[in-house]
Design a protein around this ligand. Structure first.
Ligand SMILES: [Zn+2]
Length: 314
């Protein structure tokens, strides 16, 4: 867990006696929601009895959790996010596997239900972490809703979401919301410096203040620098979203400067005349839409070339 989320954890810990059976951790990308959820999960599974307000790190529960093998913990996420893609079994040449899914599917939720309905192995909680919860497809969401409506005793659901508005309202209403916000700039900067990040202030600005995002950008500084200096069509799918994001943030910075404000994302674009502010804002909105679409572009090269063409000429 990251230091800026300690307060949220402490406020929750003080009420573990009456812990809600479902929490929805939501907030911007890169604020450490997932790490906070994992910390809560480990705390619930720790068998040392709250020594000093955090999981002890040494008991069986903590060690299994750290090894990813705790029998009372399940993590639901899209296959595409899983650390190691599942390979077809040996001797099954016919086993065709498509791309790993970007959705959480109903089979995963059914498996989870079966797990939750079996008693706890360690006599404590059984914890299910769903991340990102908005990646559940409609069937999966409806199946999860059943579990939330009639939770088995001792089951705790931790839902993590960057886009809670995309969840079923009935799912949202069954969870206690736990907002995770962007930390104060100084806190984030200190943390980034502690991670040895170069140009921390710049990448933090580009990340809109989200420290983990800034860390990720700093690790890709060369690529992003090149892209920001000279946006070029993407050659593969993964680059399309990166390009749309760069174009969106540059357009917003131009609009900020046109209105006489400091460019928020520090993309280094030239100042823009006030007359063109609207055109850049409209383009930024369009790029925001493309960022959402960029997971399924038909042809990455064509799609990104089109984005570049749409840019206002000023
Ligand atoms: Zn422990």
């Amino acid at each position: 867990m990251h230091p800026w989320n300690q307060g949220i954890f402490d406020s929750l810990r003080s009420r573990t006696a009456r812990l809600p059976h479902a929490l929805l951790l939501h907030g911007a990308r890169g604020t450490g929601k997932l790490a906070l959820a994992e910390h809560i999960a480990q705390f619930l599974l720790c068998e040392a009895g709250d020594p000093g307000g955090k999981p002890c790190g040494a008991c069986d529960g903590c060690r299994w959790f750290a090894a990813g093998s705790h029998p009372d913990f399940r993590r639901l996420e899209p296959e595409a996010l899983a650390p190691e893609p599942i390979e077809p079994e040996e001797g099954e040449p016919g086993a065709k596997r498509g791309k790993p899914s970007i959705e959480i599917k109903i089979e995963q939720v059914r498996e989870l239900a079966a797990f939750l309905n079996v008693g706890s192995h360690r006599g404590r909680f059984r914890v299910a972490l769903v991340h990102p919860a908005e990646d559940m497809n409609a069937n999966a969401a409806n199946a999860l809703l059943k579990g939330l409506e009639e939770p088995p005793a001792g089951a705790v659901f931790l839902l993590v979401s960057h886009r809670p508005a995309r969840l079923l309202p009935t799912i949202r209403s069954r969870c206690v919301a736990l907002p995770v916000s962007i930390p104060p700039r100084e806190t984030a900067l200190q943390w980034l410096l502690g991670q040895g990040v170069k140009d921390a202030a710049r990448w933090l600005a580009y990340a809109g203040g989200a420290p983990l995002l800034a860390l990720d950008y700093a690790a890709r500084a060369d690529v992003l620098d090149r892209l920001l200096k000279q946006p070029a069509p993407a050659t593969d799918r993964d680059q399309v979203g990166t390009l749309a994001e760069a174009l969106q943030k540059q357009a917003l910075d131009r609009a900020f400067s046109a209105f006489g404000l400091t460019p928020k994302y520090q993309t280094g674009v030239p100042a823009t005349d006030k007359r063109h502010a609207r055109a850049w804002l409209a383009f930024a909105r369009e790029m925001g839409r493309h960022r959402l679409l960029s997971r399924h572009p038909l042809n990455p090269k064509l799609f990104s070339a089109q984005m570049l063409q749409e840019r206002p000429e000023t």
